[in-house]
Design a protein around this ligand. Structure first.
Ligand code: GUN
Ligand code: ZN
Length: 433
């Protein structure tokens, strides 16, 4: 047992989804507090009330800092850390030119460990406390990420990426080895400490129907696991999928036909959806993941956040590192705002911060544990400095309300805006002395 600690500052939490429930779903305290003990938040409220209720608790005063839940990145590729911001290609050429050669290196456990540690440290610097990541086809790459996450106490979801065609020699498995390796890794990591295993076919073009079928069977055997993949990111990719799966009604059908459409499914990108696909995703309660910096960087298209959310789709937000051009969920919120503007549906600051926390946690079925401040939630939180640079400060000091104060940090903030990051109540940034 550790001693309870009261963290004081501005606080922002959600009692609902601001897309569906409006701005009243957001609860802001100018002088708030959270009580943290043994990695769990035990109480949230006005600072004066909590100080009166827990007069013996030591305090950490974050001043004007805004305490919010740690960011949850719902789709990333940690092995692409070293090739982020590679110039000039669209999806398929980008995969072949930059991604596959780099992913080839992750059979080396030492290299995988080095990148996994570097990647998770970048996340903590940027205020991201949980991620759902693809690994590579190598089991070593999965062990490396879960091991590095365990050392940092982070709640992480990840899985071995499966590919048995249209990938170079050295980067292909088979239907059987994909099933066997995934099953072994699942049994080794799923539900251990804060790890969740995610069944991970990369996307239909790099799997044979036999491999998709094997992974669908694995998911049926482990229905509590998430399944992650890619869907309808670029138009040439969709045409390729149609040529590889001539019987399929559409891209989603290539997953649906093999038991890979379900409530715990996460479908990254989902930009160019047909009506049947939207209806099926909704019917199954599957989650779409918006990857805005990736969609602009690789030139994929403009995700229809306004339309999909008003239909009631479940949507998370993600960096998609390294197709995405940043490790930062602040940058991802800014890009989501810009894409919303281009579609004529600007997102409110409350919606953006909700997407990066509770929305992504909901997509990952972890919203009862992470992504919000509340009694019983795990104590993964960040403290935002809403005046982290002179340019941001001169704008936020004019703010009339919390949203005007927060929005400049969303649009212009970077890791300097993350004053502190806490994982399970433990301070990870600045690094503990
Ligand atoms: N589609 C299949 N693999 C990938 C990947 O690694 N990144 C992105 N952005 N799209 C993909
Ligand atoms: Zn991806």
């Amino acid at each position: 047992m550790t001693q309870p600690t009261l963290h004081l500052g501005q606080t922002l939490r959600f009692e609902g989804d601001p897309f569906a429930d409006g701005l009243d779903a957001a609860k802001h305290e100018t002088r708030g507090a959270i009580l943290v003990e043994d990695g769990i938040i035990h109480a949230v409220g006005p600072a004066a009330d909590l100080r009166a209720a827990y007069p013996w608790a030591p305090t950490v005063d974050h001043g004007d800092g805004l305490i919010v839940a740690g960011f949850v990145d719902a789709h990333a590729h940690y092995p692409q850390t070293g090739i982020i911001a590679s110039w000039g290609k669209r999806l398929i050429d980008w995969l072949n030119s930059y991604t596959f050669p780099e992913e080839m290196r992750f059979g080396d456990a030492d290299y995988a460990a080095e990148i996994a540690e570097r990647y998770l440290d970048f996340l903590l610097t940027n205020g991201t406390t949980s991620v759902c990541s693809f690994c590579t086809i190598h089991p070593e790459s999965v062990d490396a990420l879960f091991t590095a996450a365990r050392a940092r106490g982070m709640r992480i979801a990840a899985g071995k990426t499966c590919m048995d065609r249209n990938a170079p020699d050295g980067l292909r498995d088979t239907p059987k080895s994909a099933y066997d390796d995934s099953a072994r890794l699942l049994n080794k990591w799923h539900g251990k400490a804060r790890a969740s295993y995610v069944i991970t076919p990369r996307f239909s073009p790099t799997s044979t129907p036999e491999q998709l079928e094997a992974l669908g069977a694995l998911w049926t055997e482990h229905p509590d696991c998430l399944m992650q993949t890619h869907l309808s990111e670029q138009t040439d990719e969709i045409a390729w999928v149609k040529s590889l799966y001539p019987q399929a009604r559409d891209y989603l059908d290539t997953y649906e036909a093999f038991g890979l459409l379900g409530e715990r499914g996460l479908y990254g990108h989902a930009i160019h959806l047909e009506d049947r696909e939207k209806a099926k995703l909704l019917e199954h309660g599957a989650a779409l993941v918006h990857c805005p910096t990736s969609n602009t960087f690789i030139g994929s298209g403009l995700f229809d956040m306004g339309g999909l959310k008003s239909d009631g789709q479940i949507v998370g937000l993600a960096t998609d590192t390294g197709g995405g051009s940043s490790f930062s969920m602040l940058r991802s919120m800014a890009a989501a705002y810009e894409i919303g503007q281009l579609r004529g549906t600007p997102l409110h600051a409350a919606q953006l911060i909700w997407l990066a926390t509770s929305g992504s946690a909901r997509a990952l079925h972890q919203h009862n544990r992470i992504g919000n401040l509340g009694a019983g939630m795990e104590a993964d939180f960040v403290v935002l400095d809403l005046a982290s640079t002179p340019a941001i400060a001169q704008r936020s000091t004019r703010a009339q309300d919390i949203w005007e104060a927060l929005f400049p940090t969303i649009m212009m903030g970077d890791d300097r805006a993350i004053a502190s990051t806490y994982v399970a109540g433990k301070q990870m940034k600045p690094a503990a002395p």
